[in-house]
Design a protein around this ligand. Structure first.
Ligand SMILES: [Zn+2]
Ligand SMILES: [Zn+2]
Length: 134
């Protein structure tokens, strides 16, 4: 299965050839600051994604960096230096065939919204959620 995606202006595109994880919402402060709300991310094995164009990387913590398009500002990737690369799900060209599977860092969510679905919710990081494969 092959899926494509990219930023708003089209300067950065990517192609995925492999399974994508179900989508997890992250409500941590870094995701909220960088996206303007919470993020929703899928994930793919690094060997299964090819990226074209210039991704700008911002080192957002000691252990992770975030990839965005410097021309249009789209947030595309979260790179925690593990075996997988997280892809912000909204940058995939549809239909994605993906579904939401849970929420992490709920304790850090913004106070202006509620999480109203019945999906699993973790106060912080949850490896069971973030390593699921679809
Ligand atoms: Zn762009
Ligand atoms: Zn986050």
């Amino acid at each position: 299965m092959s899926k494509s995606g990219g930023c708003l202006c089209g300067a950065v595109t990517y192609r995925v050839n492999g399974p994508l994880r179900p989508v997890i919402a992250c409500h941590c402060a870094q995701c909220r600051k960088s996206s303007g709300h919470h993020v929703a991310a899928t994930s793919v094995a690094r060997s299964d994604i090819g990226i074209s164009g210039d991704v700008t990387w911002y080192q957002s913590s000691d252990t992770a960096r975030r990839g965005f398009c410097s021309a249009c500002g789209s947030n595309l990737f979260w790179d925690g230096a593990g075996a997988n690369l997280s892809i912000f799900a909204g940058t995939l060209d549809g239909p994605t065939g993906l579904t939401m599977a849970g929420h992490i860092y709920c304790a850090d969510k913004g106070d202006y919204y509620e999480i109203v679905d019945d999906l699993p919710k973790a106060d912080g990081y949850d490896p069971d959620l973030t390593t699921m494969v679809q």
